[in-house]
Design a protein around this ligand. Structure first.
Ligand code: 5GP
Length: 194
């Protein structure tokens, strides 16, 4: 998605060979015009997938998920990140390790917001090792729903999350795919192929 790639080029900063900072439009300040375009792009790609609900994870998945949900006419549920819980009877719980933050969170979704038969589109801001997406997919499946697809704003294709999710049979649609962050440069996948 060219508009997104342009925002990454002009406003993104490479923190290390593994981490891209995009707090100017996605992770801290949010650009609503870009978010609306992202929502339309996700909706276009998944329009025929029979989506009944979007599931994301707080905090940075919420903005793109909400815009996609508005386009598709469905609700958004966002999973919460919490430290070890004691009361959990009414929750789905999955452990998700964050390589970026080097912490393990328990990700939870209230049982009342996912239903058997739901066709769920999972949306997240970044895809790195696939931990968050796999955790959300397990929650959907535990609830008796189906994962209709996984929509990612920025995929770091040099990490193994996308490959692992595809091997597991999930459809992954990423709006920008980064081949490398070496030498403080963002290289997109298409640019290295052509
Ligand atoms: P995964 O679960 O796929 O290993 O990592 C994805 C999660 O980690 C995303 O929800 C995102 O919050 C965070 N993340 C991973 N890589 C980056 C990155 O390069 N930049 C930012 N801002 N967040 C990242």
């Amino acid at each position: 998605m060219e508009q997104l790639k342009q925002a990454i080029r002009t406003e993104g900063s490479v923190l290390s060979a593994n981490v891209l900072k995009v707090d100017a439009f996605l992770n801290h300040r949010i650009d609503p015009v870009l978010m609306a375009a992202i929502g339309r792009e996700f909706a276009e790609r998944f329009r025929e997938a029979g989506i009944t609900k979007i599931l994301t994870i707080e905090t940075s998945g919420i903005a793109p998920a909400l815009m996609a949900a508005l386009e598709l006419g469905v609700a958004v549920v966002f999973a919460r990140k919490q430290k070890s819980l004691t009361m959990r009877d009414d929750l789905y719980v999955q452990k998700v390790y964050s390589f970026t933050k080097q912490v393990e969170n328990e990700v939870t979704v209230s049982r009342k917001f996912l239903e058997k038969g739901d066709r769920v589109l999972i949306i997240d801001d970044f895809l790195a090792h696939g931990e968050a997406a796999f955790g959300l997919a397990k929650i959907v499946e535990e609830a008796g729903g189906a994962v209709a697809g996984i929509g990612i704003v920025i995929e770091k294709s040099f990490q193994n999350g996308a490959a692992k999710l595809q091997e597991a049979g999930y459809r992954v649609e990423s709006l920008a795919r980064i081949a490398s962050l070496e030498n403080n440069q963002v290289q997109f996948v298409e640019e290295t192929i052509h």
